[in-house]
Design a protein. Structure first.
Length: 143
């Protein structure tokens, strides 16, 4: 299984480190990526998903299943990706996982989750599956 994951990481270069700092009914934390020099902060799940999509659009992988249209002369979606602070400690207060998004079919995310030591954790076929898994993981850690 580890060989499969190593091969997968080479094929899917745009992955993100998800640092969860707070969970009070909704997730809050930070996103880091080798493809982006700064830190992206999110205060809720919706913002996590939007920032993830912006990051994937910026690095060009995985490509969106549906292309967004823009009728303005500027591409405003990249403005949200301005660095917010220097990347410091890349560990979440509650949890830290690596997300490898392998595709964005059906206007959603498909991929798998790795632990910080890069051992395989779980596959998901949609953002909803990913968010449910994160929620369950955080509930288990609370107990």
């Amino acid at each position: 299984m580890k060989k499969e994951i190593e091969t997968t990481l080479v094929r899917f270069p745009c992955r993100i480190r998800l640092c969860i700092d707070r969970y009070e009914g909704d997730l809050a934390g930070r996103i880091y990526s080798d493809r982006y020099p700064g830190t992206l902060h999110f205060k809720e799940c919706r913002e996590l998903l939007l920032l993830g999509d912006l990051l994937f659009d910026q690095c060009g992988y995985p490509q969106a299943f549906q292309e967004r249209r823009s009728f303005s002369g500027e591409n405003a979606r990249f403005a949200a990706l301005a660095p917010q602070e220097e990347a410091g400690d890349r560990v979440g207060a509650l949890a830290t996982v690596e997300l490898v998004i392998t595709s964005r079919r059906r206007a959603g995310w498909q991929g798998f989750v790795l632990r910080p030591d890069e051992t395989f954790e779980v596959r998901f076929e949609s953002e909803l599956e990913l968010l449910r898994w994160l929620q369950e993981m955080l509930k288990i850690k609370e107990e």
